[in-house]
Design a protein around this ligand. Sequence first.
Ligand code: XMP
Length: 319
Amino acid sequence: DWTMGAYRDEAIRKIREQVGDAKVICGLSGGVDSSVAAVLIHEAIGDQLTCVFVDHGLLRLGEAEQVVTMFRDNYNMPLIHADESELFLGALEGVSDPEIKRKTIGRLFIDVFQKHATEVGGAKFLAQGTLYPDVIESVSFSGGPSVTIKSHHNVGGLPEKMGLKLVEPLRELFKDEVRALGRELGLPASFIGRHPFPGPGLAIRCPGEITVEKLDILRKADAVYIDQIRKHGLYDDIWQAFAAILPMRTVGVMGDGRTYDFALALRAVTSVDGMTADYYPFTHDFLGETSTRIINEVPGINRVFYDCTSKPPGTIELE
Ligand code: XMP
């Protein structure tokens, strides 16, 4: 696509102009946005860039390995795999307010990036895969009054004292444009097609208090749900699908015993840019089969709900 080719060249020129010969660290989340940002910046400045993949303990099943392997196999760029799950989960203990969760996670990301900026020999810049919708949604809701709906962890608000300047080469792009740029840069198709995954990860899919037990259950249930979606050939028709573990237990009966386990919400939406979304109209057969599989395969879940809320009035994530 010649348009994206031109965009890429221009973006590379701007990155070089902005950073000069300074070192840059890039926060990799495993999502399409930060991956595209990393590959673009690497093309622009080569080994001046170090990527930092932060495992905050809020990733999906097998995700850390997948991301690190994808980057190590396909790209020859310095990549730090920072296991910070104790730090993040420790700070989130007992926190159930969505905005406090988001702000806690955002603050810790900055601490971790700052530490690595020092360790790579004094990076001056922090690169992020911020998109245009992230920028506007953090400020106001489309068309409505100026109200913060959610504090996106990767937008603005970097403390002055951090001393790292931001490099955000995707700030003017929408998701479909980022995917086109990713193809232009040669990222594997399977990676480009991945559903978006938010920076705060499973924290915002676990309303109420986050516990290691709930996260383990959620990871397994989400994996079964996504497996179902792939097996039915629906993955590419859906903008984003995920499970969320609800902060309540309900009574059930399995075999000849009573159960008292967590309830799970399944979410799937179609969207063009994440700003508005429609819930996905799965068939009842699909929903029934998926519910049965999850309850049979995932200890700790005995009830499954399907979220049929569009955006607005819902948001895509639960928090
Ligand atoms: P909401 O829930 O606001 O989500 O309707 C819109 C899109 O943004 C993603 N999202 C985030 N992405 N950091 C991110 O990188 C965040 O803090 C964040 N919060 C929401 C969400 O997954 C959806 O694709």
